[in-house]
Design a protein around this ligand. Structure first.
Ligand code: FMN
Length: 156
């Protein structure tokens, strides 16, 4: 798909068909995230592909609002950046998330950015800390958010 068409067509998708996404397609999206530029080429971002339903559900509860639909996604990609490697972890993670959103659109998948940084869960806990706990990551890993991905519901 032509770049201009991708950015014109892309819309956030929060309703998924349940159709599985091929591993090659997910790898292609992850590789787009890895190709994103980072400040001073520090490359602080790590990419965590989640496909199991239980972890998707846990992520969907990591913050109070605007994440519930992630439980029905085919997959989620959490970007966790090592803040000890780069003080630009917000920018670096955001660019990687954006590259992956556009790659998902190119692959005719629906996706939506789920913000965790500066957000809280229903019990008042920090959403980033919740996601770190779910993924078993240390505190220096900072999480802007994740992408929930899948085929759009209306395609069924
Ligand atoms: C930084 C950022 C954070 C976002 N966080 C959420 C979120 O937590 N939950 C959600 O449902 N949508 C989230 N979105 C999606 C926006 O609501 C959406 O991009 C915006 O309303 C424009 O709609 P569009 O993506 O369909 O063009 C986020 C988007 C961005 C760029």
């Amino acid at each position: 798909m032509e770049f201009r068409r991708i950015i014109e067509k892309r819309k956030s998708v929060r309703s998924f068909s349940g159709k599985p996404v091929a591993r090659d397609t997910l790898d292609y999206i992850l590789s787009a995230g890895s190709l994103a530029p980072t400040s001073r080429n520090r490359r602080p971002c790590t990419f965590h592909l989640i496909e199991d339903k239980e972890t998707l559900w846990k992520l969907s509860c990591a913050k109070q609002a605007g994440a519930a639909f992630a439980a029905d996604a085919a997959a989620a990609v959490v970007v966790a950046a090592d803040s000890e490697k780069a003080d630009t972890w917000i920018e670096d993670s955001s660019i990687a998330l954006t590259y992956m959103m556009l790659a998902a659109e190119e692959q005719e998948l629906g996706c939506c950015w789920v913000q965790l940084h500066l957000r809280f869960s229903a019990d008042g806990r920090d959403a980033e800390a919740n996601a770190r706990e779910i993924l078993g990551l240390p505190q220096n890993f900072r999480i802007v958010g994740f992408l929930a991905l899948g085929y759009r519901k209306e395609e069924e």
